[in-house]
Design a protein around this ligand. Structure first.
Ligand SMILES: Cc1cc2nc3c(=O)[nH]c(=O)nc-3n(C[C@H](O)[C@H](O)[C@H](O)COP(=O)(O)OP(=O)(O)OC[C@H]3O[C@@H](n4cnc5c(N)ncnc54)[C@H](O)[C@@H]3O)c2cc1C
Length: 401
């Protein structure tokens, strides 16, 4: 059988794209690897092996806000269609401990433009009035967006997207794609387990591994970075008490830590509830040497060495939080290197191949990115409300290996 479109990469963006294609009665297959049970046996990994991703409505620019909007418009429908709840609407609090910043400066105008209700704060004391369990320096400024902001559960979101794909007769295939061969009137997609699939068009949604297997003729300019998060296990009897904690984006920026984010206590696959908190750290590794270097981080990386610094901030923000021990998790983060830092969404070969690669904030709004690339592949143009110039690809120069 020849598929109309094959999506490569069963991550957050690829699964969303496959769902939108499947709704259009297109013969679609999605090929990717599942979350590994044992990292030592895996070749590739992903950015979504977790149970919480902050979701906010007002992005850093209009294009991001429109993507966020597209995603949250879709979520109630997808939850109904899949019968899987993945979206928690506990709101999102943004705080800058040093005062006003560019994002906060524009927030009132942007919130009116996009019809998003917000509360603004001009001091740590004002924030504390609404969030008594949180503590920030007195100089802090901040902003709170209520529902539908909050968080999504990435594992459940993927499950929901794929359930709809299969309901619409899309095919979900397990495999690592190692080769994409363009013939004159079709495309061959080959996997590491010796299978070959035929299609008319292909969408790359390969995240951090986009440059790794020579699938693209030219490599993209991407920054790949290790990321440590810690999970603080909340006592069962306290879970109810912490239910009103919003998602948090805390713009601290000092030599030991930068850009903290956290989600309220969420139930993880082991049945326990964890408050997750992560940040950029000076000891993060910038990957330049392909899959083996990334695997070394996932298998042997010393993320435990980062627990203390993150835990110190956790304790300073959530003053009275009671938790059992905190454990670390190793992840990989992808950043695009365009001036806007927006995701890359583009045609590679007109009528044949397309790509969508997210940035550090493409979990919560992955559905919107998947929507754009799916429509681009079908219609050969960006859907209404989205503009090519906002998502242009930047190709790597020669110093990327
Ligand atoms: C620790 C951490 C915290 C984050 N927190 C947030 C947050 O709070 N809010 C937010 O919005 N975003 C957050 N993000 C970012 C978000 O997770 C990513 O932007 C999102 O996962 C990107 O989706 P993706 O589909 O591009 O990549 P992924 O979800 O990584 O999916 C790509 C998939 O493609 C597969 N793949 C790659 N190459 C091949 C191949 N050749 N063959 C087959 N399959 C292939 C990969 O294995 C993977 O499964 C966070 C990321 C990290 C690491």
């Amino acid at each position: 059988m020849t598929f109309d479109i094959i999506v490569i990469g069963k991550g957050l963006i690829g699964c969303a794209a496959a769902k939108y294609l499947s709704r259009k009665s297109i013969k679609v297959a999605i090929i990717g690897t599942d979350e590994p049970e044992n990292n030592e046996k895996a070749t590739i990994f992903s950015s979504h092996y977790d149970s919480g991703r902050v979701f906010r409505q007002l992005g850093k620019n209009s294009a991001m806000t429109s993507i966020n909007h597209q995603a949250h418009k879709e979520y109630p429908l997808l939850e109904r269609e899949s019968e899987i709840d993945f979206h928690s609407k506990n709101g999102c609090l943004y705080v800058n401990p040093y005062g006003n910043d560019d994002y906060l400066d524009k927030i009132e105008k942007r919130s009116k433009l996009h019809d998003v209700k917000i509360n603004q704060y001009k001091s740590g004391k004002e924030i504390k009035r609404d969030f008594p369990f949180l503590s920030f320096p007195e100089k802090s400024n901040g902003m709170f967006e209520s529902a539908p902001s909050g968080h999504i559960n990435p594992r459940l979101l993927i499950k929901a997207q794929l359930k709809v794909v299969e309901k619409n007769d899309g095919i979900v295939i397990n495999g690592l794609v190692t080769e994409v061969i363009y013939k004159s009137d079709y495309i061959l997609v080959k996997t590491d387990n010796g299978r070959t699939f035929k299609c008319q068009k292909v969408i790359f949604a390969t995240g951090a591994f986009t440059n790794c297997f020579g699938l693209l003729k030219e490599k993209l300019d991407l920054t790949l970075k290790s990321e440590t998060v810690i999970l603080a296990q909340i006592h069962n009897e306290d879970i109810e008490h912490y239910k009103s904690i919003p998602s948090l984006l805390y713009e601290v920026n000092n030599p030991e830590i930068e850009g903290i984010y956290s989600t309220q206590p969420i139930k993880y696959p082991d049945g326990n509830y964890y408050l997750k908190i992560g940040a950029n750290l000076p000891q993060d590794i910038y990957f330049k040497n392909g899959v083996e270097e990334i695997k070394e981080w996932f298998v042997n990386g010393n993320s435990d060495a980062n627990i203390q610094v993150i835990e110190n901030y956790l304790r300073s923000i959530f003053l009275d939080l009671k938790f059992n021990k905190a454990v670390s998790k190793r992840c990989i983060l992808t950043r695009t290197n365009s001036e806007s830092g927006n995701p890359y969404i583009s045609t590679i070969k007109k009528g044949r191949s397309y790509i969508a690669v997210g940035n550090a904030w493409s979990g919560g709004n992955s559905d919107g990115i998947g929507y754009i690339v799916a429509m681009l592949a079908i219609d050969e143009k960006f859907p209404e409300g989205f503009y090519e110039k906002d998502f242009n690809l930047i190709y790597a120069n020669d110093n990327y290996k």
